[in-house]
Design a protein around this ligand. Structure first.
Ligand code: GLP
Length: 263
């Protein structure tokens, strides 16, 4: 596992955006051979999206041959609901870049047939071969996408019921009213994320310190879903200094030293 430790949130956002841009360009995508990117929502990736938009506006990056798959969506919120992930992605990223609409894939939380929706999503990823880079955030309880603690570490796209911890954490987007937060969601599975060629998980701020500790120093355990990243051949954790607070000092030094030696 590669662990990148940056000074602060802004530096993490810049690093993530430059990494995404580098991967897209190095791939030399075409319409027939697009670069397939897995994307998250939440507050953590906002800085990265902003930096990517700037690169596009400056003519340094094109999304014309990029295909995206988002991680998750609330059940029962339509695309116009300001807290739906459809709305979030549109407002914070898609409407500012040149990605063709047909290249965007998001789970439909308004579907009547959840099983079919999830099966089609998995199939749609397979039709492209695989996701080349899956980017994610992490919940305070170690969840990735909406795979809550106790999720099968080989799970596929499916319906999940949120834990009370996540409902409380996400209520900040719903007027701090937990009753407004949908209790069920559609989410890619942990197995779906792990199938990607490369996975980059971002965790910033001291609220994420416990999750980052379990991800890097803990043992693989379904109660800390992020810990499965230890099994990925190309897993990256990108965090700021605050999020390393629960790591041992020598763990932090070890990963910083390795990164210093890289070009
Ligand atoms: C939600 C999302 C996750 C995200 C997590 C953390 O639960 N489903 O994909 O990683 O929140 O969000 P934030 O970045 O706002 O802390």
């Amino acid at each position: 596992m590669r662990v990148i430790i940056k000074n602060n949130y802004n530096d993490c956002s810049q690093w993530a955006a430059h990494y995404v841009a580098y991967k897209i360009k190095a791939f030399r995508p075409t319409a027939k051979k697009p670069f397939v990117l897995g994307l998250p929502t939440g507050s953590t990736p906002l800085g990265m999206y902003k930096a990517l938009i700037e690169m596009y506006q400056q003519g340094k990056l094109s999304f014309e041959n990029v295909v995206t798959f988002n991680m998750d969506e609330y059940i029962g919120l339509d695309a116009d609901h300001p807290q739906s992930y459809h709305y979030y992605m549109q407002e914070n990223f898609f409407k500012h870049i040149n990605i063709p609409k047909a290249n965007i894939h998001m789970l439909n939380g308004m579907t009547k047939d959840y099983t079919k929706e999830c099966e089609l999503y998995e199939q749609s990823i397979k039709n492209y071969g695989k996701i080349h880079l899956f980017i994610g955030g992490v919940g305070e309880d170690g969840h990735i996408a909406f795979n809550e603690p106790g999720s099968s570490l080989s799970s596929r796209t499916r319906v999940k019921t949120l834990t009370q911890d996540t409902i409380v954490a996400n209520s900040r987007f719903f007027d701090n009213d937990t009753s407004k937060v949908p209790h069920t969601v559609l989410t890619v599975g942990i197995g779906t994320v792990m199938d990607a060629e490369e996975v980059l998980i971002m965790g910033t701020g001291n609220k994420k310190a416990r999750a980052i500790h379990h991800a890097i120093e803990g043992s693989i355990n379904h109660m800390w879903p992020i810990s499965i990243l230890q099994m990925h051949q190309h897993g990256i954790i990108l965090c700021d200094e605050e999020a390393t607070r629960e790591l041992r000092a020598d763990t932090v030094c070890y990963f910083k030293d390795i990164e210093k030696q890289k070009f």
